[in-house]
Design a protein around this ligand. Structure first.
Ligand SMILES: C[S@@+](CC[C@H](N)C(=O)[O-])C[C@H]1O[C@@H](n2cnc3c(N)ncnc32)[C@H](O)[C@@H]1O
Length: 515
């Protein structure tokens, strides 16, 4: 059993009352392992058929599964193809209760390493924008990688303090997730090291930070928008008290019901102010009755480690006056409607500003083989590097960011070299020349380790299929030479270049399989 800090035990006893022993017993049970399917790449039905794991559906999510430890999904090529994210089951709940939809403007304010941002981004299916921010530069790098592996095309990855973002995005977002930095009490069973560094004053210190973060988030929420606040901790200071603070400081915010599940425990109005745990607790000040709409995930009530969630809604002025309006209202600061923000296939390479003939030729040659839906008016070339920038965002000056949109590749002399992130964002059917391998084929692992491959058999098969389909000679020539999209069971892993029958490995050196 994990050794629990004494002060934590006393506090949990007060919070849980008669349930405390049951809570303690949960620490003797093993932790839960979960993975969440990337619905932008594969349906859950298809995943269940294809993945060789012992999967059990996580009942309160649409696309989460428990797996067994021996499955080792982190080593499987499907992981490298971005088909799923490994995530503790209760941590799947926040993004499952703030469902983003194509066209939404979504902000994940404390996003690294991307457990929730990848789900929010996948559900956009390339339409609208995901702004994923983290204050830590090193963690933001990990976030960028996870967003890229997931193939998310319309993200803006930022490394900023919330106050600076709030200056840039007043009332801009339809959906905001604040998965706040916290004392991590819900992680003690999964990671006993967290219990070792926990101290009694940590929840109070975290609460100060959380109040600042949620205040900034509320400033960035468009009227009619939803904000989901979550932590992986139990302490009322970091949960009910932060929500009550927001309600006390903003009249336009209200708590909404969260889609229920039988194991969810309600939030507690009687812990919403300091002093809830003092001896004279009969005289304690009560918080909003709506705090009962919040959810606490306890490890003794369901198969998850521990979380807290509050779903907040910003009323539009009419709603404040008592007139309910259900449709999502986009910020009055925005210049385009949601429909206009959706990416359409628009324009052509000639629409790219500031490029000359050699660049145009390089892009024209490469993109003749690509059929991905994209808006060329959103393509920018900076010092030879080519980006597909999210339309909904507009120009954002003075922000420290790691990536604006999808990095497509680089123009070198008169050639275009596609990027790893571009490969991950493509579907197999969107590129003409594909080397598709089964995950049991030894060459998949070799590819992921950066080795050159002999793929004569696959090229021969591709040529045979092209000949049967009576494809033009030029297409058949392309299948024998040049850039190939390397896939595992139909899902892209990266690029390779066919030269004289050998596939040169173009898999991102920093992403290679090492063990
Ligand atoms: C609980 S973790 C987020 C986990 C992430 N949502 C996920 O699911 O993978 C909290 C994150 O908040 C970041 N953070 C801490 N203080 C912050 C602040 N003031 N503004 C933005 N992010 C902050 C931390 O670096 C950390 O990555």
């Amino acid at each position: 059993m994990v050794s629990l800090p004494r002060e934590f035990e006393i506090k949990m006893k007060k919070l849980l009352g008669a349930e405390y022993e049951e809570f303690l017993d949960s620490y003797d049970r093993p932790r839960n392992f979960g993975l969440r399917v990337n619905v932008d790449k594969i349906s859950t039905e298809e995943f269940e058929k294809k993945a060789p794991f012992h999967l059990t559906k996580i009942p309160w999510t649409e696309n989460g599964y428990y797996y067994e430890e021996q499955d080792m999904p982190a080593r499987h090529p499907f992981y490298y193809a971005g088909l799923y994210y490994l995530q503790e089951p209760s941590a799947m709940t926040p993004a499952s209760r703030l469902v983003s939809q194509p066209g939404d403007r979504v902000l994940d304010l404390c996003a690294a390493p991307g457990g929730k941002a990848t789900e929010l981004g996948a559900r956009l299916h390339g339409k609208g924008v995901l702004v994923a921010n983290d204050i830590s530069a090193s963690r933001a790098k990990a976030l960028l990688k996870n967003v890229e592996v997931f193939g998310i095309r319309n993200s803006f990855i930022v490394n900023e303090v919330p106050a600076k973002l709030a200056e840039n995005f007043p009332e801009f977002f339809d959906k905001i997730l604040v998965d706040a930095p916290c004392s991590g009490e819900g992680m003690f069973r999964k990671d006993p090291a967290v219990a070792k560094v926990w101290e009694g004053n940590k929840p109070y210190e975290c609460a100060k930070q959380q109040k600042e973060i949620i205040t900034r988030a509320a400033q960035m929420l468009a009227p009619g928008g939803d904000l989901l606040y979550s932590t992986c901790t139990f302490s009322p200071e970091e949960n009910e008290q932060v929500i009550q603070f927001l309600l006390d400081s903003r009249e336009d915010m209200e708590i909404r019901e969260i889609k229920p599940f039988e194991g969810f425990a309600p939030g507690c109005p009687d812990v919403a102010y300091e002093g809830w745990d003092s001896e004279e607790s009969e005289n304690r000040k009560m918080g909003s009755a709506d705090l009962k709409k919040c959810v606490r995930i306890w490890p003794h009530k369901m198969a998850g480690e521990g979380h807290f969630l509050a779903l907040l809604h910003k009323r539009v002025p009419e709603e404040t006056a008592g007139e309910q309006k259900n449709d999502r209202v986009v910020s009055n600061k925005s210049e385009t409607t949601v429909d206009e923000q959706k990416n359409q296939v628009q324009g052509g390479i000639s629409d790219i500003k500031g490029i000359g003939k050699p660049e145009t030729k390089a892009l024209t040659e490469f993109f003749a083989d690509v059929s991905m839906e994209m808006n060329w008016k959103q393509v920018e070339v900076r010092k030879g590097q080519v980006y597909l920038v999210p339309e909904a965002l507009g120009a954002r000056k003075g922000l420290v960011f790691l990536r604006n949109g999808l990095y497509l590749g680089e123009i070198r002399k008169d050639r275009f070299e596609p990027s790893q992130s571009f490969a991950m964002a493509l579907k197999k059917k969107e590129y003409m020349a594909v080397i598709d391998l089964d995950y049991s084929d030894m060459r998949v692992e070799k590819y992921l380790r950066g080795e050159t491959l002999d793929v004569d058999d696959i090229v021969a098969k591709n040529l045979q299929a092209a000949s049967e389909a009576d494809l033009p000679k030029a297409v058949r020539k392309r299948l024998e030479k040049g850039w190939q999209l390397v896939c595992v069971n139909g899902y892209p892993l990266g690029w390779g270049k066919l030269v004289n029958g050998t596939l040169k490995n173009k898999y991102h050196a920093g992403w290679r399989m090492k063990y």
